[in-house]
Design a protein around this ligand. Structure first.
Ligand SMILES: Nc1ncnc2c1ncn2[C@@H]1O[C@H](COP(=O)(O)OP(=O)(O)O)[C@@H](O)[C@H]1O
Ligand SMILES: [Mg+2]
Ligand SMILES: [Zn+2]
Length: 474
């Protein structure tokens, strides 16, 4: 049995239109104050209430008991519009009637007063599909609107509507419906219809609906149809072809715990189940994106798509890992997108990826490495000095023991150059002068010493592991 929940539960009053209070409020105010534009744009993704709102608006404007902020839904006029039988309510599909001829014939239709009602409502759905000439024709109509007629242009692609049209319309933006709102509504409907369904199934359905109430209701219909009223999680999972979040969690745990055997087993299981591993990979990326959101944002509740029931468990799993580290995992996984698409053998790539990630917990991050290399954290015995000190390089970090090599002053001692004490070059100096100066500088005793000091270090004389050991043993 097919319930067609979407049709059965189409909102009939503004109050029933879920998740669009900004739209309904503004519309109701405009109606009450008689300030509604003759041309309106309803934009937003599919299944969020654009057409429903247009019908409610048509009824509210024409209701025999009106004008008020809601239709009565009882009078003949309301019933006619609800039943799709009103000659003064037109719905045109802009995608299949997108030429100038269609707009011209529409103009013919709206030339005269409405047949019965106070107002005529013309809804052009998918209006962004109109051809250029059709737009021009429509623009003229909007500029000189026919009497008692409202145009509602509905679209999923607002940016495709010409600016000349937009500037003459009142724009209403319909929002994607949040998951938890969809879950609540589906729960109410299930209770009314006496459908048995778990919270988890509803959550999966809402997630698959991806903000569209129509889609969510359709999926609930399908699940109902194959389960005869008692919807099991497995049914929903198989309808949606989704991967249980538990698998992602288990896999991530294995990576963080370096459980390489488990990793191979999980992938093996998926493969045996006939799972499309490329699909698995792309879903895992989405899951990992959610982990990043959860880890890096304070109030992440509405911004991730994780099953709320799993969130505490996931937070616990990520307790000891920092955001930057998670980013490294994500990068490594994302890097394989192209490879994954092109490979003949996604299983090998997947195994490689997850095994590789399982080595990440043992690898030190650059930040940690730098931290470890700070002088204070280096091992220090009485005679051991870190190489930079031995080389005569100043440690700006703090108190270090005196360097082994005496650091000579940088200026050359008097007498070592033909121009003693002259720090700056005089403007008269020739190129030749500079060359000789360079040569002389190399022969300065100070530099010489320094070079010895460095070579000693480089040769390992001062700081070779052996010498440290020797000194320690002595
Ligand atoms: N905001 C909403 N509140 C309640 N139900 C909705 C809402 N949006 C969509 N629906 C459901 O989805 C169906 C289709 O909605 P519709 O208004 O045609 O969406 P759109 O025109 O935006 O694609 C409705 O019959 C209703 O069951
Ligand atoms: Mg619609
Ligand atoms: Zn009415």
């Amino acid at each position: 049995m097919y319930l067609a929940l979407a049709r059965k539960y189409r909102p009939q009053r503004f109050a029933d239109l879920i998740g669009q209070p900004h739209v309904t409020k503004t519309l109701q105010n405009a109606i009450e104050m008689d300030k509604l534009y003759p041309a309106l744009i309803f934009s937003g993704m599919k299944g969020v209430g654009k057409t429903s709102a247009a019908r409610i608006l048509a009824k509210t404007l024409n209701c025999e008991k009106g004008p008020s902020s809601e239709p009565c839904n009882e009078c003949a006029v309301c019933k006619e519009i609800t039943g799709d039988k009103s000659p003064d309510y037109l719905e045109i599909d802009g995608a299949s009637n997108n030429g100038i001829e269609e707009i011209r014939s529409l103009k013919e239709k709206v030339k005269y007063k409405p047949f019965k009602n106070k107002f005529r409502i013309v809804v052009i759905d998918e209006v962004h599909m109109l051809s250029n000439s059709a737009w021009n024709a429509l623009l003229k109509t909007i500029e000189e609107p026919p009497e008692a007629t409202y145009f509602i242009m509905a679209t999923t692609d607002f940016h495709k509507i010409p600016a000349t049209i937009v500037s003459r319309c009142q724009h209403f933006e319909f929002k994607r419906i949040p998951h938890e709102v969809i879950v609540t509504l589906l729960k109410e409907i299930s209770a009314k219809e006496e459908i048995k369904v778990t919270d988890y199934s509803l959550y999966l359905i809402a997630r698959a609906g991806d903000g569209s109430l129509r889609d969510a209701k359709k999926i609930l219909d399908q699940a109902y149809a194959i389960s005869s009223g008692n919807i099991k999680d497995e049914d929903v999972i198989s309808i949606l072809g989704v991967i249980e979040e538990e698998i992602f969690i288990k896999l991530t745990k294995s990576i963080l715990n370096k459980g390489r055997r488990e990793i191979i087993e999980i992938i093996n299981n998926l493969s045996e189940r006939g799972m499309d591993l490329r699909f698995f990979y792309s879903e895992y990326l989405k899951f990992f994106r959610d982990l990043l959101v959860l880890k890096s944002l304070q109030d992440a509740e509405k911004l991730h798509n994780l099953n709320p029931e799993n969130v505490p468990k996931i937070k616990e799993m990520l307790k000891n890992i920092r955001e930057v580290e998670l980013l490294r995992y994500f990068n490594a996984a994302k890097d394989l997108e192209q490879t994954m698409r092109n490979t003949e053998n996604p299983r090998i790539i997947l195994e490689y990826l997850f095994l590789k990630l399982s080595y990440f917990p043992s690898l030190t991050s650059i930040e940690e490495f730098i931290e470890k290399m700070k002088p204070d954290s280096l091992p220090r015995t009485e005679n051991y000095r870190p190489p930079y000190e031995a080389a005569g390089i100043e440690d700006r970090g703090g108190a270090a023991p005196a360097p082994a090599v005496e650091v000579k002053e940088r200026t050359a001692p008097a007498g070592s150059s033909g121009n003693p004490g002259a720090a700056k070059e005089s403007p008269e100096e020739t190129k030749q002068d500079k060359k000789t100066k360079k040569k002389e500088k190399l022969n300065e005793p100070g530099n010489d010493d320094k070079i010895h000091g460095l070579t000693d270090v480089l040769k390992g004389k001062l700081v070779s592991i052996d010498s440290i050991k020797g000194e320690q043993n002595a």
